[in-house]
Write a protein that binds this ligand. Structure first.
Ligand code: SF4
Length: 379
């Protein structure tokens, strides 16, 4: 029987092409490694942060804008926070369901330590219900219904270091709902000189987000679309709080990038992209990278085709017309829109082919041709 250490080594190093586009749940391909001591036997009894006790043993969760009122013996909407006798527990604290080492370009973060690896973890649960979710098997699961491994925050940081990662990515499902775990792992990583990046829908209340900003080094927000209707009907979420989070990130001075998954007929009109880009420029500035990524049919959304390449190109061009300096296309390996160009002299600075970097000419955070500063975290 394999030791837990051997299991983790295999999971962390065992990337394969089939799983590069989405998460590798421990209950899936890695299940055979889970025999014996690796599998977590119980859920966590770590007390949650950001909640208030109320009458009749009820608790009010203050972590995300849903502000669930949770009666004794039940859970909040995200499935991973439970009221037991008037105390609220974060059930997935230290219980990773997915562990992987990924290129940072996969997140995607293009202006954060390009060419480095991110030690990536997830737990079950999400506070949205996107009908196109690539990782619905973990994001929509009850934590006890999938395989988890005990991996306390210090162990996450230690394994990241051991595997040569420059950062830990909290990703695949929705890390905000494992807030306490992410916060403690990010703090442990910081002590070891390792960064932390959150890959998130941005649906969180202000106070917890401010606290996280002190521990994280970069954030990627999945900006689903630019209408309330799309957020409500397709993502089962809300647009406005996500906009508030983006503004908060800008004010906090933390590096962040945005991804917009373009789904044919639902959020891909030129008018919507123009409006979104205008809002980004006016409220967040022209230097926030926006990645327009290709949709492939999945989960509940099997009835729509992949995003046409011309739609991705239209979105990128429209964003640039609106003054966005770094607009990219994604999930389209080899396209010129994956590369980074100097906004001033147009020199190609970073050439990407999928997750592979052919060259990176950025020197001391600037374009070597015209000295224009290129925003990001480069070293
Ligand atoms: S974090 Fe979960 S329990 Fe708390 S308000 Fe959001 S959905 Fe509800």
């Amino acid at each position: 029987m394999e030791s837990r250490r051997e299991f983790l080594g295999k999971v962390v190093k065992g990337a394969c092409l089939a799983c590069m586009a989405s998460a590798l749940p421990l209950g899936g391909k890695a299940f055979s490694y889970l025999q014996g001591s690796a599998r977590a036997a119980t859920l966590s009894d770590h007390e949650a942060m950001y909640y208030a006790k109320a009458a009749n043993n009820r608790v009010d969760c203050k972590l995300c804008p849903w502000q669930c009122r949770v009666v004794d013996g039940t859970r909040g909407r995200c499935n991973v926070r439970e009221n037991r006798g008037g105390t609220y527990y974060a059930l997935t604290y230290g219980k990773a369901c997915t562990v992987h080492t990924d290129p940072i370009e996969k997140k995607p973060l293009f202006h954060y330590l390009p060419g480095t690896n991110a030690f990536s973890i997830a737990t079950a649960g999400c506070n949205f219900g996107c009908e196109f979710c690539q990782n619905w098997e973990i994001s929509q699961a009850q934590p006890e219904d999938i395989s988890n491994v005990d991996m306390p925050p210090a162990e996450v940081a230690r394994l990241a270091k051991e595997n040569g990662a420059r950062s830990i990515a909290y990703t695949y499902s929705e890390p905000l709902i494992f807030f306490e775990y992410m916060l403690d792992a990010a703090r442990a990583a910081k002590e070891r000189g390792i960064g932390s990046v959150m890959i998130s829908n941005g649906y969180v209340r202000k106070e917890p987000m401010k606290e996280l900003c002190g521990a994280l080094s970069a954030v990627k927000i999945d900006f689903k679309g630019f209408t309330d209707k799309y957020y409500e009907d397709v993502c089962h979420g809300q647009l406005r709080p996500v906009q508030d989070t983006l503004v908060l990130l800008k004010e906090a001075g933390i590096w962040f990038e945005m991804v917009v998954l373009l789904i044919p007929t639902l959020n891909d009109s030129q008018g919507e992209i123009r409006e979104m880009s205008g809002w980004v420029k006016a409220n967040l500035g022209p230097d926030v990278p926006i990645h327009f990524t290709r949709f492939y049919p999945t989960y509940k959304m099997l009835n729509l085709p992949p995003t046409p390449i011309r739609t991705l190109e239209m979105a990128r061009n429209t964003a640039m017309e609106e003054g966005i300096n770094f607009a990219y296309v994604g999930n389209l390996a080899g396209h010129e829109g994956e590369s980074t160009y100097c906004p001033s002299c147009k020199t190609m600075l970073i050439k990407r082919i999928g997750y592979y970097i052919e060259f990176n000419k950025i020197k001391d955070g600037s374009c070597p041709s015209c000295s224009c500063r290129i925003p990001g975290v480069w070293s």
